[in-house]
Design a protein. Structure first.
Length: 470
């Protein structure tokens, strides 16, 4: 091979090696172009379009967030026309239309949209975008079918509610009527008609809401001959009992209610429920002095009634725009704690006529929450104090050596609730002494000993805590 041929082969080999080396090197990073649909919304006469995005740094599951936003956008593109025969049109023209209805319906639609397809997605370092489409014709078919299935479901609820009502199951009847309304909420802007033969004369949603309203208004309080009393600052309160009924004097059985005190000084549990006999126990937490009648509002608690039924609970927000939940009034009388004081003050068996111990007891119970009464029959609590003097064991030695008598004053304190033999508190006050040149004078001096007030006050402090808890 001549020199020229060798040089040519070397040049060819170098060229081929250079080409192969370039193929082996990785391509430079190719920048992903931003799709047109991100900046310019597509316009398709046969498709609904939904585009949504999410910031990557704000949510751990940004892809689901973008999808949710895209479906809400898709639902918003589906125009919500309020039919002139719809329940929302009627409410709108009665000047109580809530502008949030359309938004709520679109949100509901976004949860129920089916048949959409993912067209494209795009992401960069900060954002994630998705693009969905929904065929308009297919959507209309599916919506019509689903709407009729929903109306049939609601009709079955209504029919079943009348069966429950005939069987005197008030709660179940009301619950099914609210369930019927709940499943219909996505279609409240449209005309909805029931078969009156199947639904006992209920023709549309307005008839249904009127039925619910009338049922709630049939609840009433059974009037009692006496009004319950409440005392301030009690450690424990017996529940206030009220009976509720529905039409035909039937008891309102197992029905939840919310409770609201109309006075800040009386704190009650915010919820309660009737029992099988229609009796509601209103639980009192605390009472401050008022000395007047106080009122409580009882309102049907339809949210608790619906329990874990999420569809119906969501529909209650809308339902409350069409109905008024009646508030029933009950009362209690907040009165002072009445105390009868029975004191015996003796000095070696003879009345002293001092009344010093009685005065000390009354002083300790002064306040707007307490009233002293003259008769035990009028009292909530009875305090007895029996005071008597007796010679101290060392009195004989003092008399012999110093001609002085040492006398001890002993007070037996007791607290009982009126009409009850049980003793709530019992204490003996001792270590109160008197000195004089005679036992009788020493006994009287014991009644005027400053230590008496300190010792008696200590015992009365604990006695008072059995009556009042601040």
């Amino acid at each position: 091979m001549n020199l020229r041929a060798c040089i040519a082969m070397v040049i060819l080999a170098c060229f081929l090696l250079s080409c192969k080396t370039q193929e082996a090197l990785p391509d430079a990073a190719v920048e992903v172009k931003v799709p047109v649909w991100v900046s310019s919304r597509p316009n398709n006469g046969f498709k609904y379009v939904g585009i949504g995005f999410a910031e990557k740094g704000r949510s751990g599951n940004y892809q689901m967030e973008a999808k949710k936003n895209a479906l809400y956008d898709l639902a918003s593109e589906i125009k919500v026309d309020i039919s002139s025969n719809s329940v929302l049109y009627t409410v709108q023209n009665s000047n109580s239309f809530n502008e949030n209805f359309n938004s709520l319906i679109k949100l509901s639609n976004s949860d129920n949209i089916e048949g959409y397809t993912l067209v494209d997605s795009y992401e960069n370092d900060k954002q994630y975008w998705v693009y969905y489409q929904l065929d308009k014709e297919e959507y209309a078919k599916q919506k019509t079918l689903k709407k009729q299935q929903t109306i049939n479901k609601a009709s079955n609820f209504i029919a079943s509610s009348f069966y429950d009502e005939k069987n005197q199951d008030f709660s179940s009847a009301l619950k099914k009527r609210i369930q019927a309304f709940g499943v219909l909420t996505p279609y409240l802007s449209e005309e909805i008609n029931f078969d009156p033969g199947q639904t006992e004369g209920v023709k549309n949603v307005l008839d249904l809401t009127n039925l619910i309203q009338n049922q709630l208004q049939s609840i009433s309080i059974v009037q009692s001959k006496t009004i319950p009393e409440l005392k301030p600052y009690q450690a424990v309160y017996d529940p206030l009992k009220f009976k509720l009924q529905i039409k035909n004097k039937l008891p309102l059985q197992n029905f939840p209610l919310t409770v609201l005190s109309e006075e800040d000084q009386v704190d009650v549990s915010e919820t309660s429920s009737t029992d099988q006999l229609g009796e509601l126990q209103l639980k009192v937490q605390s009472v401050e002095p008022l000395n007047q009648y106080v009122s409580f509002s009882l309102s049907p608690d339809i949210i608790t009634l619906m329990g874990s039924d999420s569809v119906s609970r969501a529909g209650i927000t809308l339902l409350k725009q069409f109905i008024q939940t009646p508030a029933l009034k009950v009362q209690a009388n907040v009165t002072q704690v009445t105390i009868f004081i029975e004191v015996s003050e003796k000095n070696f068996g003879k009345p002293t006529g001092l009344n010093s111990i009685e005065a000390l007891i009354k002083q300790k119970f002064e306040g707007q929450e307490v009233r002293m009464v003259e008769k035990a029959a009028q009292a909530d609590y009875i305090i007895t104090a029996k005071a008597e003097t007796q010679k101290d064991i060392s009195s004989d030695i003092l008399e012999k050596n110093y001609e002085l008598s040492l006398v001890q004053l002993i007070i037996d304190l007791q607290l009982k609730k009126a009409g009850n033999v049980e003793i709530l508190y019992k204490q003996q006050v001792t270590e109160v002494y008197g000195y004089a040149n005679s036992a009788e004078k020493a006994g009287l001096n014991a009644y005027s000993n400053p230590k008496l007030q300190a010792k008696l006050s200590e015992a009365l402090f604990f006695l008072k805590r059995k009556i009042l808890v601040y």
